[in-house]
Design a protein around this ligand. Structure first.
Ligand code: SF4
Length: 241
């Protein structure tokens, strides 16, 4: 099976498992951006705790921008690398407020996708993953966030060549997917869930995986089964994975 056939077959099988998704976010754009900065290498509970502590202590975006650095570091300590994230948060807020006159990213709605990407990538601590997450989840722009799960699964299955960088993966995958926010969100979520619940970085559950009959990693390297069984290629999500 060619890489592009693997991509389409993977999409189809994961769609059967989890169904179509609609691009959305439960958070307003600036909150999404700052929480995404906090989330790097941090679990959701710690990220949320860091965000709440920071907000309770400083009370407004302007307050966080003007907070003494050491205090902000202390407040976001539940997140990893607080000494790196605190200056990014302060500088990002300062830049947004200075350039737009208010702590808001709502103006991105009306901006063309590439222009919005370029604007976000100028902010301190904002890379392609954060920018694409924000633009897809909050503004339904047709971009593809490639996080560690999407990246790992795509390479293991053989959709992307080994050692493809995340940046290159974004371009290669995007070129083969529909330029539609819901379709891209569905792809992102499905590959994210698959990486999180089945295709773990260590000890992937290959023998339960609906992609194993054409997965390059499985064909070449999978260890002997520890668990037998396989998720049905159709039916409801098995959240116990
Ligand atoms: S077969 Fe294994 S390595 Fe391949 S996608 Fe499934 S879990 Fe990942």
């Amino acid at each position: 099976m060619s890489p592009s056939e693997k991509l389409q077959e993977s999409r189809q099988r994961l769609l059967s498992l989890w169904g179509p998704q609609q691009a959305h976010s439960k958070r307003e754009p600036l909150q999404e951006l700052i929480m995404t900065i906090l989330s790097h290498r941090t679990d959701y509970v710690s990220e949320k705790k860091a965000y709440e502590r920071m907000w309770e202590r400083f009370g407004s975006w302007e307050g966080i921008r003007d907070a003494p650095l050491e205090e902000l570091i202390e407040m976001i300590k539940p997140a990893s690398y607080p000494e790196v994230k605190a200056p990014y948060i302060k500088q990002t807020l300062a830049q947004i407020i200075a350039e737009r006159g208010a702590p808001s990213l709502d103006f991105l709605e009306a901006m063309p996708t590439q222009e919005a990407m370029d604007w976000l990538l100028r902010l301190p601590g904002v890379g392609p993953k954060t920018a694409t997450l924000l633009l897809l989840f909050n503004f339904k722009k047709p971009v593809l966030p490639v996080d560690t799960h999407v990246h790992r699964v795509s390479i293991r299955v053989g959709i992307l060549p080994p050692r493809t960088s995340a940046d290159k993966a974004h371009k290669l995958l995007l070129a083969q997917l529909p330029a539609d926010a819901d379709a891209l969100f569905t792809f992102h979520k499905h590959f994210f869930w698959h990486g999180q619940r089945v295709c773990h970085a260590v000890q992937p559950k290959c023998y339960q995986c609906v992609l194993n009959d054409f997965c390059s990693f499985y064909q070449e390297k999978a260890p002997p089964p520890k668990q037998q069984g396989r998720i049905a290629a159709s039916g409801k999500t098995d959240l116990s994975l």
